[in-house]
Design a binder for this molecule. Structure first.
Ligand code: MG
Length: 159
């Protein structure tokens, strides 16, 4: 059986924070604000994976009230979720993502983000896709107040 999950996340952009997208640090005057490294793309992928596997959501596994996850590297959290899915007897099939961010452009970093996610997921690069779009200068994305991400994931459940 193939199971599919969706994930969504958003974070505020703030001064004095690092901008980490899919495990790749992008030089920018502002970064994503939150409890962990606030890697919005990795968080959306985590929720898509947990959704596909029927294993709840990111807040349940990594609560932002837990000091263990302060400034956490979200790629480490993603790897933990990949392990959970394996332990549940499921095999990852593919992951698709869309980043919604006005600036900076993802294009120069897209290949690196794809490679980093594929490595964390244990998938060949052709099974991981990274897309990006802007907010057309409208709404919180378009005004640069924050960034959001969408993801889907599919897993094979042998059971
Ligand atoms: Mg998040």
């Amino acid at each position: 059986m193939t199971r599919t999950g969706i994930g969504y996340d958003c974070h505020r952009l703030a001064e004095g924070r690092r901008l980490v997208i899919g495990g790749v640090e992008i030089p920018h005057e502002r970064g994503l604000d939150g409890h962990s490294d606030s890697d919005v793309l990795s968080h959306a992928v985590i929720d898509a994976l947990l959704g596909a596997a029927g294993l709840g959501d990111i807040g349940e596994h990594f609560p932002d009230t837990d000091e263990r996850w302060r400034d956490a590297d979200s790629i480490v959290l993603l790897e933990a979720v990949v392990a959970m899915i394996r332990e549940a007897g499921m095999v990852l099939v593919n992951v698709d993502t869309t980043l919604l961010m006005e600036t900076p452009k993802l294009a120069p970093y897209r290949a690196a983000v794809r490679e980093r996610l594929a490595l964390a997921l244990g998938l060949e690069i052709g099974r991981v896709n990274v897309k990006a779009t802007t907010g057309e200068r409208i709404g919180f994305i378009g005004r640069g107040e924050g960034a959001a991400a969408l993801a889907t994931a599919s897993v094979e459940d042998a059971g």
